[in-house]
Design a protein around this ligand. Sequence first.
Ligand code: UDP
Length: 478
Amino acid sequence: MAHKQLHVAMLASPGVGHLLPILLLGHRLATHHNLRVSVLAVTVTATTSQSLSQLITSLTTHNHFSVIQIPAADVSGVAPPDAQVILQLCVMMRETIPAIRTTISAMDSRPHVLVGDIFAIESCVIADELGIRKYVFVTGNAWFTALFTYSPVLDKLVVGEYVDQKEPLEIPGCKPVRPEDVTDPMPNRYDETYNVYLDYAVRVTLADGLLINTWEDLEPQSLDALRTNEILRSVVKYKPVYTVGPVNKRYEPESVELKGGIIEWLDKQPNRSVIYVSFGSGGTMSAEQIKELAWGLELSRQRFVWVVRPPTAHRPDGSFFSDGQSDATFDYLPEGFLTRTKHVGFVVPSWAPQVEILNHTSVAGFLTHCGWNSVLESVTSGVPMIAWPLYAEQKMNATMLTEELKVAMRPEVSPTEKVVDREQIARMVMNLVEGGEGKAMKMNVDILRDSAEKAISENGSSYLSICNFVKDCWSRIQ
Ligand code: UDP
């Protein structure tokens, strides 16, 4: 056994926000820890964007790292067409288990370990069939992990809807979660998705350990609670918790994406003068909110890069499965907006090279939906944020960024109108780019950037934690 190479199969559910960190963690395991890694990427047909394909091509030049794409099963007849994204993902992954099983059995060497994201948890049955260990890679943070795994207990303790509670929800050993911040699908306990969510929360704790995309210095309290708080430990069934983050795309100056028009435009702007606006791979807004945002950017008189998508009526995650494909007519923007702002703004449809933009010296701030990958990319680029959460656990992320880490400001949404108005947007953008608050946040985010860098460097906390994970895997197969 001593000469053998540890072979890890990593399973990613559809969605860039899931696949990207799996690819990057897998690549790190192969390059820094000498493992053989096979990533099984379950993808919805024709949705792998050009930049993702380029990334896969560049990563797979390493001999011991490979990526196999598996088309997601068609669930149109199984999940209701209007089902929440979370439910669609769970059903898709469940229905794809036979294809995953076939792919794994066709491998030239059987994997020793299976690592999957949360939505891949049902596929752990394959690890059980093979008699190998299974780990869950939480692509979010430790505070979310604590709430998620504790949810089945909360379900018994809390009467009525979470969002109607008068007091914050207590998570043992962690910061409490405000009722209005709970992760999807907790706001609606009567939706079928909520039951699936609870089921997954239990299944996750049956894995042999949890890998979390965070680092010790970022979340000492939640990590300590997951490891030492008796109640939470019993909830996660005393499983080891490994910090492996930040796992996020790093800036590479030679990237082919740099040749795009956005970077050339940024090159011509003054240092730290531009706000970058983007809502991740899936975020969309109402027509009214998009117009207010456009007016707000214009009123702020600041420079901006804005990745825009057509409005959706009711779904903040409306483009989750469309992966950056949409037309560029922009007819939903206020009349004359593009002409009036053409000297200060760059509007791009659907998709932009985010990491390259965040690392550009002209960028001063990021108006983000607070997807965890976007947050980590902003932090590791030293860019303060405006936190505009839309779905999933993003409200918790926004609260952490604004109240705890103090690297972001957050708009107030009118409870009656449900929109953030243009004056508020303009004020925040000005404040972030030019104001004293923006400067203080920049200092805070630079400290976090350095601590992130330290965590993943050799002998840093995440590096050592990954070493422990690898050691743990070896100890079970030798
Ligand atoms: N992304 C990008 N360009 C875009 C939008 C998104 O490169 O125009 C990338 C972004 O850098 C991040 C990922 O897509 O790595 C989105 O993940 P995140 O967790 O932020 O949000 P999600 O899309 O899962 O809600």
